[in-house]
Design a protein around this ligand. Sequence first.
Ligand code: SF4
Length: 354
Amino acid sequence: MTSCPELAEVPYNIDLELAVRAVKKRKARRVVLQLPDGLKPYGWRIVKCLESALPEGVEVYLHLDSTFGACDLHYGQLEVTLKPDIIVHVGHSPYPAELAHPALEPRAASIVYVPALSKAGVSRKAVAKAAGLLMGHGVSRVGIVTTAQHVHAVKSVASALRVLGLEPLVPRGLTPYLTDSQVLGCDYRLPRSISSRVEGFLYLGGGVFHPLGLYLSTFKPVVRLDPYKDDSDDLTGEGEKLYKVRLSKVAEAMDARRWGIIVGLKTGQYRPWLIERLVKAIKGAGREYMLLANEYTSLAAIISVDTGWFDAFVVTSCPRLPTDDLWEYEKPVLTPGEAFMALSGKLEPYRFPW
Ligand code: SF4
């Protein structure tokens, strides 16, 4: 695989050897390769590299549907159509089965999770800026949080912060799902486990979804160190603004009589345990509900059923939908944690996301 020069241009180090070993071990003849959207433009090179290392006759399908996370493996459709011997899922670690449903576990045996680690580095200048922003909040002990693409850089960032006078704390991983410091947009158990021992958090990675979720989960200052921009910024203010918006939606939903419970059909987004609890809470509060199931909930999907019947919606699939994609909808669209708050008539403590 190291003899595959095309991979040099891919901005992530992808451990394709792991995939090759798994395919050979399982004597797989049909392989489905899943890449995150950011890696799809390199699909041709990655597939060609993989094929060159596989025994002759092994078919590789590059999966073009979205794979937002390991919650999104599509194995329901794959099992009745292509029936692959193995799914090679790149860029995400296994989705925590306890957040989804029990059937997620056994099927994992025919899935191989291949890390894709970002080649983007961070300069001393960007780390120093992050340290300054944290110190501006009076932070001396700082928790480090990241996503699967940057876990390999956590140690060096921690050492750099230490040199700059901060005391970094790296939360221990959650075997077998998350490595040290790693969060998912729907799972902040790691930072919460150290929240009482730190005054703030450094988020290593790009985008705002994870760092804002981190703020909503801990209410501590959050500074982002972005390896893609090699720069740092303070997202605490944005977190505070988002919190206020979310609270106003919870308050609005307190009077909702008719609820739509959105049930996710993606492999890791179907959460029967959560649906059961929500149904119980809605019935307990003397309200009505309807179960609405789909794979991906767009604004158009909500509008198509909301002909004046629903007062509020709760999304049990992915917390990104209510806080990001659907936040502008005229009626409250809540995360499950927020729905429990509204149904109990309490604005605190804030619960995110479940
Ligand atoms: S945040 Fe959404 S997309 Fe990401 S792992 Fe969780 S359910 Fe999947």
